[in-house]
Design a protein around this ligand. Structure first.
Ligand SMILES: [Zn+2]
Length: 445
């Protein structure tokens, strides 16, 4: 390079720096000017924090966030308005227990299907299938999901990132990464020489120290929360209190919450004693354990199904029609437990855990949780709160999602019908879905 060329190069570089500076100085004003403004007229407005329905509200949305909530008379002239005055407007719903990277037929065995998926379904295919399932949640107004493992080696995190960067459409995903579990995980019946295959789906820990390392590995992969299997039933292994404590302490030190899958009362008790933030399922749970949950303000995600769902499931699974008394027993148990949980003041978070293919989309299948809770005696607004504000609290995101207030994300949906007199039908009648300030679906009149 000659000196002359160097001077010329220097000058053109200076010009480039000048242009970049101008760009940096004016970029913020440019961005603000570009942000879309929308006013939403809500005939009925669900205040999820207070758990009440209010009338005639205006939601002012700018960019991806809510700016303010006002009355109808706060609507400025000549602004773009979405008129939902005939409907009930709610924060986008949250399903706090999903497995979008896993789906099995009703007559399939969970363990066999897991092995099949790990050996015969490539990660690429698994993620593409998961992406379709994830998107179906938006169709039913579920704008956030807490996805709890059975998702290979952090495929849930990849799916979340692809959605967040706008590569594909889908709900907000709060991803746990592989479930942290004791020997064997939940995949029962695997011969000793093939046990290593389980490491592709679970993070099997070997000691208190290893428990700590497992959490660090998860944090290194940018998970949003930690999910443990406190027990592995029907696999007869479980985490010790010391191991769970090590997981909880490490996760909390990084600002992450821990939620525990429990089937037995013993594992629920151990998990709560060790300091977890939430219990998933809690199918068997003694009064003394519930009292401890209430005292420590531990969230419960009861993942049950309605009678209608169970009938479809039994039919698809090929179970004998005249031998379905267990469904009555299941429904009764659910009803009694939920009443017990409510009476003790334990915060309830809505979660479906519907990974069985019952012939409808994953999102549609998730809606069954609303019916199940309703049939078990929960009141309509309490169910909505369990699927919005309380769920956001459980995720430590109560100022961002599950709520319609200034600075929260503009995840806003509307439903048709009367929530008080026709709850199940109206919560399933989605007429409008907005996520991040973008309209995803709007029913044409
Ligand atoms: Zn689950």
């Amino acid at each position: 390079m000659t000196p002359k060329q160097t001077i010329h190069k220097y000058e053109s570089n200076m010009y480039r720096v000048f242009l970049i500076l101008i760009y940096i100085i004016y970029l913020p004003t440019f961005l603000v000017a570009q942000q879309k403004e929308t006013y939403i007229k809500a005939g009925l407005f669900y205040d999820s924090q207070q758990n009440v329905l209010l009338k005639n509200k205006i939601i002012y949305v700018k960019g991806t966030r809510i700016v303010s909530i006002g009355d109808f008379n706060s609507l400025p002239n000549d602004k773009y308005v979405i008129d939902l005055s005939e409907y009930t407007v709610l924060p986008g719903l949250i399903d706090a227990h999903t497995h979008v990277l896993f789906s099995q037929d009703a007559d399939a065995d969970f363990s066999e299907h897991s092995i099949q998926s790990l050996t015969m379904e490539t990660d690429a295919l698994r993620v593409l299938r998961g992406a379709k399932r994830a998107k179906s949640y938006l169709d039913v107004g579920i704008t956030s999901i807490k996805d709890l493992g059975n998702s290979g080696l952090f495929l849930d995190v990849a799916l979340r990132d692809a959605i967040n960067e706008g590569t594909i459409e889908g709900p907000r995903i709060f991803a746990s990464g592989p479930i942290i579990a004791a020997t064997g995980g939940q995949i029962y019946g695997v011969a000793p020489k093939h046990q290593s295959i389980i490491d592709l789906e679970y993070r099997i820990i070997k000691s208190v120290e290893d428990a700590k390392i497992a959490v660090r590995e998860h944090i290194n992969q940018n998970v949003d929360l930690i999910k443990i299997a406190a027990d592995n039933l029907p696999n007869n292994t479980r985490l010790s209190i010391d191991e769970i404590e090590s997981i909880v302490k490490t996760a909390h030190s990084y600002g992450l919450t821990v939620t525990a899958h429990t089937v037995s009362n013993q594992s629920a008790w151990d998990a709560i004693k060790a300091g977890v933030n939430g219990i998933e399922h809690g199918f068997n749970i003694a009064d003394s354990t519930l009292a401890l949950m209430a005292k420590n303000k531990i969230f419960l995600v009861p993942t049950e199904n309605s009678r209608a769902y169970m009938n479809i499931y039994a039919n698809l699974a090929g179970l004998e029609k005249d031998n379905l008394g267990w469904i009555d027993k299941y429904i009764d148990t659910l009803k009694n437990r939920l009443a017990n949980v409510i009476s003790k003041g334990i915060p309830i978070v809505a979660g479906s855990d519907n990974y069985t293919n019952i012939g409808v989309s994953a999102g549609k299948s998730s809606q069954d949780m609303f019916r199940a809770y309703f049939e078990a005696g929960m009141k309509p607004l309490d169910i909505l709160q369990a699927a919005t504000y309380t769920s956001a609290l459980h995720l430590n995101k109560e100022n961002e999602i599950g709520v319609l207030k200034p600075e929260a994300y503009a995840d806003i949906i509307a439903i048709k019908g009367d929530l008080n007199t026709d709850f199940v039908k109206s919560v399933e009648s989605i007429v409008f879905v907005m996520k991040d300030g973008e309209v995803y679906y709007q029913q044409s009149n």
